[in-house]
Design a protein around this ligand. Structure first.
Ligand code: NAD
Length: 257
């Protein structure tokens, strides 16, 4: 029996086998957790169904995080099937491709709105829905995924950097709001990994290479390493950690030049 046997979790942000959310889901399932996976639209349903087939008794539910009704329906089903929730992984982010290729100065009002809605407001909305289900279990853990572009300039990361700064700030405010209910809120700031979302960032290959050359560990971050860190922050071993951004990036963030 794993340390998460008898625990229930909700995982958003699985698009395919390369998704960071899938790496974390696998680590959680390996420890015995029962999971609900969400998919964004019919386009991704087959992918997510195929991956879910590798888990024990998964729920698979649609959830476009920009739609309040879909979030409400999701929690209704999760509440009915699981009777409560022990953890939530928020793995969704998006910015229109044009915003990631032109100069940041040219960021459009609509592009800004979409990036912040999908990548940041969704954490607040999902946390609000999870809170009563977690409170019913005596507490819980919420985790989101961020990047160093929140704090430093990476050419091409643009409005996603602004969104990640707002996301990290939201982690701290949510940690304060939800702490009295024994609900923890944290983020992992992962080093660059080739995923579907990363393919939209111009110059991503150069970022990967810079980490390999300059990070203290002189290599890139593996999906499984983020998976294990996610399992730690969502599980009982991290019971006194909240409001934290944990760097899982080969140590790149400590470097000057
Ligand atoms: P990914 O493309 O596999 O995951 C992004 C997910 O967001 C997808 O599952 C997609 O369906 C979902 N999504 C987008 N819009 C949505 C919407 N409206 N409703 C519901 N879901 C929506 O890529 P990933 O790299 O695994 O990204 C996961 C998270 O990790 C993101 O927050 C990303 O910013 C973050 N991150 C990625 C890296 C990296 O280098 N890949 C590094 C640090 C942080």
């Amino acid at each position: 029996m794993g340390s998460l046997t008898g625990r229930f979790g909700l995982v958003t942000g699985v698009a395919n086998r390369r998704s960071i959310a899938w790496a974390i889901a696998k680590a959680l399932a390996r420890d015995g957790a029962r999971l609900a996976l969400t998919y964004q639209g019919e386009r991704l349903l087959d992918n997510v169904r195929e991956l879910a087939a590798e888990l024990e008794g998964p729920l698979v539910q649609p959830c476009d995080v920009t739609m309040d009704e879909q979030i409400a329906d999701l929690y209704q089903i999760v509440g009915r099937e699981f009777g409560g929730l022990d953890f939530l992984l928020h793995g969704t982010a998006f910015a229109p491709r044009a915003e990631l290729s032109r100069p940041f100065l040219e960021t459009s009002r609509e592009g800004f709105r979409i990036a912040l809605d999908v990548s940041v407001y969704s954490l607040i909305a999902l946390a609000r829905g999870a809170a009563p289900l977690m409170a019913a279990r005596g507490g819980g853990s919420i985790l989101t995924l961020t990047y160093l572009g929140s704090d430093r300039v990476f050419a091409g990361y643009n409005v996603m950097g602004v969104a990640k700064a707002a996301l990290e700030s939201s982690v701290r405010y949510l940690a304060d709001n939800l702490g009295p209910q024994h609900i923890r809120v944290n983020a992992i700031s992962a080093g660059p990994i080739k995923t579907l979302a990363a393919s939209g960032i111009s110059g991503f290959g150069g970022i990967l290479q810079a980490y390999r050359e300059r990070a203290p560990l002189r290599r890139n971050t593996e999906l499984e390493e983020v998976g294990e860190a996610g399992r730690f922050l969502l599980g009982p071993e991290s019971s006194n950690i909240t409001g934290q951004v944990l760097m899982v990036d080969s140590g790149y963030h400590v470097m000057g030049i």
